[in-house]
Write a protein that binds this ligand. Sequence first.
Ligand code: DC
Length: 236
Amino acid sequence: MAETARMANAAGKTGTPGEPRLVIAIDGPAAAGKGTLARRIAAHYDLQYLDTGALYRAVGLAMLRAGLDTDDEQAAAEVARKLDVSLLQDPELRSIEAGDAASKVARHKAVRAALLDFQRDFARQAPRGAVLDGRDIGTVVLPGADVKLFITASPEVRARRRWLELGGERADTPYEEVLRVVKERDARDASRAEAPMKPAEDAHLLDTSELDIDAAFQAALRIIDARIDARRNSDA
Ligand code: DC
């Protein structure tokens, strides 16, 4: 067990015998810091973590490699149903191209349906609970989640973070190109008919434009701990 999680449990935060499971949904646009936050939250409360964007990226990457058209819903759904999970470890999964292909295949209803049960089963089977991050976790995948966070930041801040991850001045891709792709992906993810990216009505919004990762993590912990306390008090 991670040290932070052990300490959290010793403090009676969650996961102690008799504590109910905890399911946390984290949504938001690309490069808002969701993944880093979700991983830290999962370690802190000793929960299982699933990066659902990786599932869509794996489908997108498999389509690109097979030379298939990302507009072809049937072909994409077939790839999603037979998903090659080894792709989840592929270094190319994090590339701009895989992210773009993911956003394209994610528009298809049949692709989303093929990945839905996997995501729900993951959350259901995690013994102490789970953290899932994506675009539609709080609205579609886990509408009954105990805590929902919607993590945002301005497109410029997100593009800069992604550009720095790609190597900054040493990167092949200029900042302006990363910003263009970020905006294009936001528009596609938010405007699609199927499970568009949007905050659930009961989501807590967290804007990380002005926050570093530690400050964002502390803000998220305050929200989650308040929910745990409220749940305990209502059970008492
Ligand atoms: O979080 P990410 O950048 O790895 O996600 C890649 C794409 O996958 C994103 O642009 C839209 C899609 N996606 C989705 O539609 N639903 C999710 N729950 C997660 C990702």
